[in-house]
Design a protein around this ligand. Structure first.
Ligand code: PLP
Length: 380
């Protein structure tokens, strides 16, 4: 089956007595046991729920992985993953990570759980190799990174981590499994914030981990149950519904983004444009992703002008998130990445990040053109 077909043809189980064509929402906390010693698949929703199992299986299929785990948010997924790291063990992380991940690392894992963290430029080979220690357990990175679109060669890094017996975790939120499948390239763990592309409508929070290794899966399953951070049945169902249109959405959003990008290239007040194909380390022969996605960042070299552009847009929602069918804009230094201390933040203060939706690209470009011209007048 081709990708678009398998998205809609997916069925988790075919044992529904009423042959429901949409996975039902098992909105229940408990499942009645047949008898005291019953060894049923489901007994308590924190431990397992059929609606959650369905979406976990679907996300695992999308990532070409064996085991999927759903959590209440992307951060809950990353926190659960951190549960496999013990005190005094060490992890290496990329220097351009989502702000919430940075906060979890620096204000919880280092300070409260005694986990060692080294922040490195993964593409700086010497710096990366020197960061490994005898107690290193995991490397965590995003590619393309958010919002600066730095690209890391996943297969090359996976070769290094495998040789050192260190786990490689890739946060694949930015491109979604539609455009990139890190497990195929040698990663051990894939992370998702389902709040973004997987659900696609900005109406639900969720997160996932996908792995191939059964022992690692058992560990994550234990943490999910022990800590009680699993995705709720209704949210699981919303994400299942969203995933049916993942391919249509991602491709339409990407096509719109390319149109918007062409327009932005012609705008004189734009200083730097960030998109994977424009990245300084973009390599067209690196075929790890089948597309570049629908996020575009740019600077104006003038914070006031950037603020005016945001405030003069009417079709773009000002929201922290991305990946929705509705276009949005954010100022990462003041929003999603504000939790990173200023001296550690690599993001320009005037940077704007667009998340392009499924609207007509002509309307989006017209809205941007109006906002930029109004902002330029006010900025003078
Ligand atoms: C949003 C995001 C997260 C966190 O996910 P939540 O669902 O907001 O908790 C993690 N990583 C990346 C790359 C994200 O964009």
């Amino acid at each position: 089956m081709h990708k678009h077909t398998s998205l809609v043809q997916f069925t988790a189980e075919d044992n529904d007595p009423y042959r429901a064509s949409s996975v039902p929402i098992y909105q229940t906390a408990t499942f009645r046991l047949d008898h005291l010693d019953s060894n049923q698949e489901y007994d308590y929703t924190r431990s397992g729920n059929p609606t959650r199992s369905a979406v976990e299986k679907q996300v695992a299929v999308l990532e070409n992985g064996r085991f999927g785990f759903g959590f209440t948010s992307g951060m809950a997924a990353i926190n659960a993953l951190s549960g496999i790291i013990k005190a005094n063990e060490h992890i290496i992380v990329a220097d351009d990570l989502y702000g919430g991940t940075h906060r979890l690392l620096h204000k919880r894992l280092i300070t409260h759980r005694n986990i060692e963290v080294s922040v490195v430029d993964i593409n700086n080979h010497d710096q990366f190799l020197q960061a490994f220690k005898p107690n290193t357990r995991m490397v965590l990175l995003e590619t393309p990174s958010n919002p600066l679109h730095k690209i890391v060669d996943i297969a090359q890094i996976a070769e290094i981590t495998a040789a050192k017996n260190v786990l490689l975790a890739i946060d694949n939120t930015f491109l979604s499994p539609w455009l990139q499948q890190p497990l195929n390239l040698g990663a051990d763990i894939v992370i998702h914030s389902a709040t973004k592309f997987l659900s696609g409508t900005g109406d639900v929070s969720g997160g996932f981990l996908v792995v191939n290794n059964a022992k690692l899966a058992d560990e994550i399953k234990f943490i999910q149950n022990a800590e009680g951070s699993a995705l709720a049945p209704f949210d699981a169902w919303l994400i299942l519904r969203g995933i049916k249109t993942l391919g249509l959405r991602v491709e339409r959003q990407q096509a719109n983004a390319l149109a918007v990008l062409e327009y932005l290239k012609t705008v004189p007040v734009i200083d730097r444009l960030f998109y994977p194909t424009l990245s300084h380390n973009y390599n067209p022969t690196l075929t790890q992703a089948s597309g570049s996605g629908s996020l575009i960042s740019f600077t104006t070299n003038n914070q006031f002008l950037s603020e005016q552009i945001i405030n003069n847009l009417s079709l773009f929602n000002i929201t922290v998130s991305f990946g929705s069918v509705h276009s949005s804009i954010s100022m990462p230094a003041r929003m999603s990445h504000a939790s990173i201390d200023k001296h550690l933040r690599h993001i320009p203060e005037d940077l704007l990040r667009l998340s392009i939706g499924i609207e007509d690209s002509n309307d989006l470009i017209a809205d941007l053109a109006t906002a930029i011209s109004q902002a330029t007048i006010r900025g003078l």
